[in-house]
Design a protein around this ligand. Structure first.
Ligand SMILES: [Zn+2]
Length: 147
Protein backbone atom coordinates (compact mmCIF):
# COMPACT_ATOMS: atom_id res chain seq x y z
CA UNK A 1 0.00 0.00 0.00
CA UNK A 2 1.38 3.36 -1.02
CA UNK A 3 -1.30 5.82 0.08
CA UNK A 4 -1.43 7.11 -3.51
CA UNK A 5 -5.01 8.06 -4.51
CA UNK A 6 -6.59 5.97 -7.30
CA UNK A 7 -5.91 7.45 -10.70
CA UNK A 8 -3.34 7.75 -13.46
CA UNK A 9 0.13 9.20 -13.06
CA UNK A 10 3.16 10.02 -15.19
CA UNK A 11 6.64 10.70 -13.89
CA UNK A 12 10.04 10.77 -15.57
CA UNK A 13 12.16 7.63 -15.15
CA UNK A 14 14.36 8.41 -12.09
CA UNK A 15 17.36 6.92 -13.95
CA UNK A 16 16.60 8.59 -17.27
CA UNK A 17 14.84 11.97 -17.21
CA UNK A 18 14.19 11.80 -20.97
CA UNK A 19 11.84 8.85 -20.56
CA UNK A 20 8.34 9.28 -19.18
CA UNK A 21 6.77 6.40 -17.26
CA UNK A 22 3.00 5.88 -16.84
CA UNK A 23 1.22 4.28 -13.91
CA UNK A 24 -2.21 3.42 -12.64
CA UNK A 25 -2.96 3.39 -8.90
CA UNK A 26 -5.78 1.19 -7.71
CA UNK A 27 -6.59 0.68 -4.03
CA UNK A 28 -3.11 1.87 -3.09
CA UNK A 29 -1.25 -0.37 -5.52
CA UNK A 30 0.70 1.17 -8.39
CA UNK A 31 0.95 -0.75 -11.66
CA UNK A 32 2.45 -0.02 -15.06
CA UNK A 33 0.10 1.56 -17.57
CA UNK A 34 -0.80 0.24 -20.04
CA UNK A 35 -0.55 -3.16 -18.36
CA UNK A 36 1.88 -4.59 -20.93
CA UNK A 37 4.23 -1.60 -20.95
CA UNK A 38 7.66 -1.95 -19.38
CA UNK A 39 9.56 0.81 -17.58
CA UNK A 40 12.72 0.74 -15.53
CA UNK A 41 15.74 -1.56 -15.53
CA UNK A 42 15.72 -3.85 -18.58
CA UNK A 43 14.35 -7.33 -17.95
CA UNK A 44 16.73 -10.25 -17.71
CA UNK A 45 17.23 -12.49 -20.71
CA UNK A 46 17.40 -16.27 -20.34
CA UNK A 47 20.46 -16.42 -22.59
CA UNK A 48 22.41 -14.18 -20.15
CA UNK A 49 21.72 -16.40 -17.14
CA UNK A 50 24.70 -18.05 -15.41
CA UNK A 51 24.77 -21.82 -15.94
CA UNK A 52 24.95 -23.02 -12.35
CA UNK A 53 21.85 -22.81 -10.19
CA UNK A 54 23.24 -20.78 -7.24
CA UNK A 55 24.75 -18.11 -9.47
CA UNK A 56 21.50 -17.92 -11.39
CA UNK A 57 19.50 -17.36 -8.19
CA UNK A 58 21.96 -14.65 -7.04
CA UNK A 59 21.78 -13.03 -10.49
CA UNK A 60 17.97 -13.00 -10.45
CA UNK A 61 17.82 -11.69 -6.85
CA UNK A 62 20.23 -8.85 -7.66
CA UNK A 63 18.02 -7.77 -10.55
CA UNK A 64 14.88 -8.07 -8.45
CA UNK A 65 16.42 -5.87 -5.71
CA UNK A 66 17.47 -3.33 -8.32
CA UNK A 67 13.97 -3.26 -9.84
CA UNK A 68 12.24 -2.96 -6.46
CA UNK A 69 14.52 -0.05 -5.46
CA UNK A 70 13.76 1.66 -8.78
CA UNK A 71 10.01 1.13 -8.38
CA UNK A 72 10.21 2.47 -4.82
CA UNK A 73 11.81 5.69 -6.11
CA UNK A 74 9.01 6.04 -8.68
CA UNK A 75 6.23 5.50 -6.13
CA UNK A 76 7.95 7.84 -3.63
CA UNK A 77 8.04 10.55 -6.29
CA UNK A 78 4.35 10.08 -7.08
CA UNK A 79 3.36 9.89 -3.40
CA UNK A 80 5.29 13.09 -2.59
CA UNK A 81 3.31 15.07 -5.20
CA UNK A 82 0.36 13.12 -6.62
CA UNK A 83 -1.15 16.22 -8.25
CA UNK A 84 1.89 16.81 -10.46
CA UNK A 85 1.92 13.11 -11.39
CA UNK A 86 -1.73 13.30 -12.42
CA UNK A 87 -1.26 16.56 -14.33
CA UNK A 88 1.77 15.17 -16.14
CA UNK A 89 -0.23 12.09 -17.12
CA UNK A 90 -2.98 14.32 -18.50
CA UNK A 91 -0.50 16.55 -20.35
CA UNK A 92 1.41 13.70 -21.96
CA UNK A 93 -1.53 11.52 -22.83
CA UNK A 94 -4.39 14.04 -22.98
CA UNK A 95 -6.37 11.64 -20.85
CA UNK A 96 -8.31 12.19 -17.67
CA UNK A 97 -6.09 11.97 -14.58
CA UNK A 98 -8.89 10.22 -12.69
CA UNK A 99 -10.38 7.59 -15.02
CA UNK A 100 -7.82 7.51 -17.87
CA UNK A 101 -10.36 8.13 -20.66
CA UNK A 102 -9.30 10.33 -23.60
CA UNK A 103 -10.13 14.02 -23.21
CA UNK A 104 -11.75 15.78 -26.15
CA UNK A 105 -12.78 19.33 -25.25
CA UNK A 106 -10.37 22.21 -24.58
CA UNK A 107 -11.56 22.83 -21.03
CA UNK A 108 -11.00 19.20 -20.04
CA UNK A 109 -7.55 19.23 -21.64
CA UNK A 110 -6.67 22.43 -19.79
CA UNK A 111 -7.82 21.00 -16.48
CA UNK A 112 -6.52 17.47 -17.14
CA UNK A 113 -9.77 15.94 -15.93
CA UNK A 114 -12.97 15.00 -17.74
CA UNK A 115 -16.44 16.51 -17.17
CA UNK A 116 -17.81 13.52 -15.23
CA UNK A 117 -14.78 13.17 -12.97
CA UNK A 118 -14.67 16.87 -12.11
CA UNK A 119 -18.36 16.96 -11.17
CA UNK A 120 -18.60 17.88 -7.51
CA UNK A 121 -15.40 19.92 -7.49
CA UNK A 122 -15.97 23.63 -7.50
CA UNK A 123 -14.43 25.75 -10.27
CA UNK A 124 -12.22 27.71 -7.87
CA UNK A 125 -10.64 24.50 -6.57
CA UNK A 126 -9.99 23.20 -10.09
CA UNK A 127 -8.57 26.54 -11.21
CA UNK A 128 -6.27 26.83 -8.20
CA UNK A 129 -4.94 23.26 -8.11
CA UNK A 130 -5.31 21.42 -11.41
CA UNK A 131 -4.86 24.23 -13.94
CA UNK A 132 -1.42 25.48 -12.80
CA UNK A 133 -0.07 21.92 -12.56
CA UNK A 134 -1.34 21.00 -16.04
CA UNK A 135 -0.10 24.31 -17.48
CA UNK A 136 3.34 23.66 -16.00
CA UNK A 137 3.41 20.16 -17.46
CA UNK A 138 2.26 21.46 -20.87
CA UNK A 139 4.98 24.15 -20.80
CA UNK A 140 7.66 21.61 -19.94
CA UNK A 141 6.40 19.36 -22.73
CA UNK A 142 6.48 22.26 -25.22
CA UNK A 143 10.01 23.21 -24.12
CA UNK A 144 11.12 19.64 -24.63
CA UNK A 145 9.50 19.46 -28.08
CA UNK A 146 11.27 22.60 -29.33
CA UNK A 147 14.69 21.99 -27.79
ZN1 LIG B 1 -12.31 10.92 -15.90
Amino acid sequence: MTGIPDGYYATPDPDNADTMTYWRARTGHVERWPAKAWYGPARLLKRDAPADRDSKVTWMRAWSDQYRAWLQRVTDTIAADPQTGRATFAAFTVRCCDCGRALTDTKSKTLGIGPECRRGYDEAFLASTLTPAVAKAHAAQARKATS
